[in-house]
Design a protein around this ligand. Structure first.
Ligand code: DAH
Length: 344
């Protein structure tokens, strides 16, 4: 058996010398030193040796094992170095090839419209006030002069939650109440804010209406705020947003939280008011609702309506974006289709 051991040793070393790649080195290791390798098998059969010879055989076997292990390590290091050198030689890359263009992400069209709005209203001295998406019925309706059973509630089909009286806001107007109460210091301080945010309505989803959409509200409260302030502010905004010389038109309307109330049309920014298919050949686009803050609403915000007055307005950024880019279907906005988003 000792002879067998010595010949195994010699053979192993010789084979190792001839190996030139790491795959066969790995195989060699399994064959000689693995759990079912030849050396292991030999040691397992030690029972066949006379008792008195076993210690010296075991000693030699361990020496052989260590020697083979060391030789394997050394050869592996040599081969790996050689392989690396070959790789570097053969794998040279052509650094003159033009690189592959990385695709850069873009901003959602609504985000872009909001950024324009924030910049313009910011320049005009308005602060952003973020109000909550989840509202209570009272703030969303009652405090805005829409008590229970008010018919105007019908215009805003509501998502109710499992909590009593807790709803998803149907418009950004409840933020008016929160802004007045939080910033007004019990009706002693003037306010000039915009209130952007998502609104939710339980509606049939069609090309023209979605269950979620953005609104951007504006609110000004002060002493001697008059309708001319509202008109001048909206006219200045229209010129900044849609171009110098853009005309505005006010039409009498009704909202429970303003008195008087007006709808605002701006001159069609696509045809300059001449008439096109976007403005349905009228030359005008309906862009926002507005009015003088109703005395009841001022009072609910903590202000004395005999001393304070204000104006408010609300617009839909998606509508502006739709018109601007000729997008025919509002469902594109929240469907996350990259083919749509990539265009912006
Ligand atoms: N909250 C109204 C809506 O969702 C929009 C609106 C109209 C807001 C007139 C206002 C306003 O602040 O003065 O239809």
């Amino acid at each position: 058996m000792l002879e067998q051991l010595e010949s195994l040793y010699g053979q192993g070393l010789a084979e190792l010398e001839a190996l030139t790649d790491s795959a066969s080195l790995h195989e060699w290791h399994i064959r000689y030193l693995g759990k079912k390798g030849e050396l292991t098998l030999l040691l397992r059969n030690m029972g066949g040796i006379p008792k008195e010879d076993r210690p010296s055989f075991g000693k030699r076997a361990n020496e052989v094992k260590e020697a083979l292990t060391a030789a394997h390590l050394e050869r592996t290091a040599q081969v790996e170095e050689q392989e690396l050198a070959t790789d570097l030689q053969e794998g040279q890359i052509d650094i003159t090839l033009p690189g592959r263009q990385q695709k850069v992400g873009g901003l959602h069209p609504s985000t872009r419209t909001f950024r324009d709005l924030f910049r313009i209203w910011g320049e005009m001295g308005f602060q952003i006030y973020r109000s909550r998406d989840v509202e209570d019925d009272e703030t969303n309706f009652t405090l805005l002069n829409m008590p229970p059973h008010h018919p105007a509630r019908d215009m805003q089909d509501t998502f109710y939650t499992t909590e009593p009286n807790i709803i998803m806001r149907t418009h950004t107007s409840p933020g008016q109440i929160r802004a007045m109460r939080e910033l007004g210091e019990n009706g002693t301080r003037p306010i000039r804010v915009i209130l952007p945010g998502m609104c939710y309505r339980f509606e049939q989803i069609t090309a023209r209406s979605e269950v979620q959409f953005h609104q951007m509200e504006g609110l000004v409260v002060g002493r001697n705020i008059r309708m001319s302030d509202l008109k001048g502010t909206i006219a200045a905004f229209a010129e900044r947003m849609f171009g110098v010389g853009t005309g505005v038109r006010f039409r009498a309307s009704y909202f429970p939280f303003t008195e008087p109330s007006m709808e605002v049309d701006i001159e069609c920014f696509l045809c300059g008011g001449k008439g096109c298919n976007v403005c349905k050949y009228s030359g005008w686009l309906e862009i926002l609702g507005s009015g003088m803050v109703h005395p009841t609403v001022l009072q609910n915000g903590g202000y004395d309506p005999t001393q304070w007055s204000g104006f408010a307005f609300g617009m839909g950024p998606e509508r502006i974006t739709l018109l601007k880019h000729g997008i025919r279907d509002i469902r594109y906005f929240w469907s996350n289709d990259a083919r749509f988003l990539d265009q912006f």
